[in-house]
Design a protein around this ligand. Structure first.
Ligand code: TRP
Length: 440
């Protein structure tokens, strides 16, 4: 095991980077619309159950594999298994990472356009009735492709900086900023007339809405939001120090990530109800419904600028972590330099991202955007999560797993037995049941 591998420099940096990976479009864009379509509170309860029964143990499993092997995918599996038999899961993760970057950078690009529109006051000067057509025009255009490329180039600059000077430093700056903006928004939202209705929707469960599809959606959302199932946390943990407490860190990530998702709900639903809109609008919730609200709200121009900065910030720290899966693969497995790896990732992502972006225009028949999202979020991520739990729970040397999870500052972690039980039984069974039920 190479001891020369770079590491994050501080504990806070580790938290900022991992929470930065977890908190992203998944929390602020995807969670509210999934919750909106899944009946609000009922979805939330399922979601929280999945986060703590499956999510936290799965993060622990990824962390154990990553720090033990000090490698990215698929080398991590190869080292821990001392064979190449598990490589395919690692390669599947790298492919999944490409699929995610492709559609994620498209939406991230939209946030940049919306920042500019907000600053220019465009939501204020155009009528609400044109919002849908405008969004449709924009997303299908080459302009959207351009913003996606800009986003990928910003990502490339951070990646070139390396683990400490790029990823860690940027996360240390952006994550506190993100929380500040979130808090300001929550306070503002709670003073709106639709606050109690919005909060009621988010927190009062309507169990009649709970179909197997919604439950699968909640699990997929938990995986996506916690950056699980494709080796992202394996890769980051390969840069952890030996004294980083893995169980404690994963619980913190889960708590903060869930907090941000709930905050996003607290921000969006009161506004939606205050302005008489539907919470079940779907993926366009943030991009079509919110601008109407910003239009009507006092100080809307500032709030909308802040909101889309929030989205862009959250997206950047997440996309960085997805690219790192691929960069680590190229460096560890193919011995590429970090610079060349970054160039390869960026070049390929620009092409695949363009195909996704044009799915809203000329390539609508192909709709790779939805296909990539579906394959990665609903299939590869769940199977990847299943794979990692089975591997760490049953195949990896149990002494090593115990070493990774149990000794935190020399003390035994009280949760060790619970976590191991979940990694071995609860998580795999849960993933399989929900996955099969959802497919049927
Ligand atoms: N968790 C991020 C979000 O909620 C997305 C993300 C980043 C991700 N890295 C990942 C999802 C790795 C799956 C795997 O937006």
């Amino acid at each position: 095991m190479s001891t020369s591998r770079t590491q994050f420099s501080t504990k806070l940096g580790i938290l900022a980077a991992t929470v930065g990976s977890a908190v992203g479009l998944g929390n602020i864009w995807r969670f509210p619309y999934e919750a909106g379509q899944g009946g609000g509170g009922a979805f939330l309860i399922c979601y929280i159950l999945f986060v703590f029964l499956i999510g936290v143990p799965a993060i622990c499993a990824e962390f154990s594999l990553g720090r033990f092997s000090r490698s990215g995918m698929p080398v991590a599996y190869r080292k821990a298994a001392s064979s190449r038999r598990w490589d395919f899961i690692g390669y599947a993760s790298v492919i999944a990472a490409f699929l995610i970057i492709s559609f994620y950078s498209v939406v991230a690009g939209w946030t940049l356009e919306y920042i500019v529109d907000s600053v220019l006051g465009l939501f204020q000067s155009t009528p609400d009735s044109s919002r849908h057509a405008q969004f449709a025009d924009f997303t299908g255009s080459w302009k959207a492709v351009g913003w996606m490329v800009v986003f990928l180039l910003i990502n490339a600059v951070v990646m070139l900086g390396g683990v400490q000077k790029g990823i860690e430093r940027v996360s240390n700056i952006l994550m506190p900023l993100l929380f500040l903006i979130l808090i300001a928004f929550c306070i503002n939202s709670l003073t709106m007339s639709g606050a109690s209705e919005g909060l009621g929707f988010l927190f009062k469960p309507d169990f009649t809405k709970l179909t197997p599809e919604v439950v699968l959606g909640a699990m997929g959302q938990a995986f996506f939001s916690l950056s699980l199932g494709m080796g992202c946390m394996v890769t980051y943990a390969s840069y952890f120090g030996d004294d980083t407490p893995l169980i404690k860190t994963s619980i913190r990530i889960a708590l903060l990530d869930t907090l941000v998702a709930i905050m996003a709900g607290i921000i969006i639903f009161p506004a939606v109800f205050s302005f008489g809109m539907s919470p079940a609008e779907g993926p366009t919730l943030v991009f079509e419904v919110l601008p109407n609200i910003f239009h009507a709200m006092p100080g809307g121009r500032i709030w909308s600028t802040l909101f889309f900065i929030l989205l862009a910030t959250a997206s950047l720290t997440s996309i960085i972590s997805v690219s790192e899966i691929i960069v680590a693969f190229l460096c560890d497995d193919l011995s590429m330099s970090r610079r060349n790896a970054t160039i390869v990732v960026t070049a390929i992502s620009i092409v695949t991202g363009m195909l996704c972006s044009l799915s809203f225009g000329p390539l609508a028949n192909l709709n790779l955007f939805n296909l990539f999202d579906f394959i990665s979020s609903n299939i590869l991520m769940t199977l990847g999560g299943l794979g990692i739990c089975l591997f760490v729970g049953w195949k990896m040397d149990s002494k090593e797993v115990e070493n990774q999870l149990r000794h935190e500052n020399g003390h035994k972690n009280a949760l060790y037995r619970y976590i191991l039980f979940c990694i071995r039984y609860v998580a795999p069974a849960g993933i399989l049941i929900v996955f099969i039920a959802g497919l049927l």
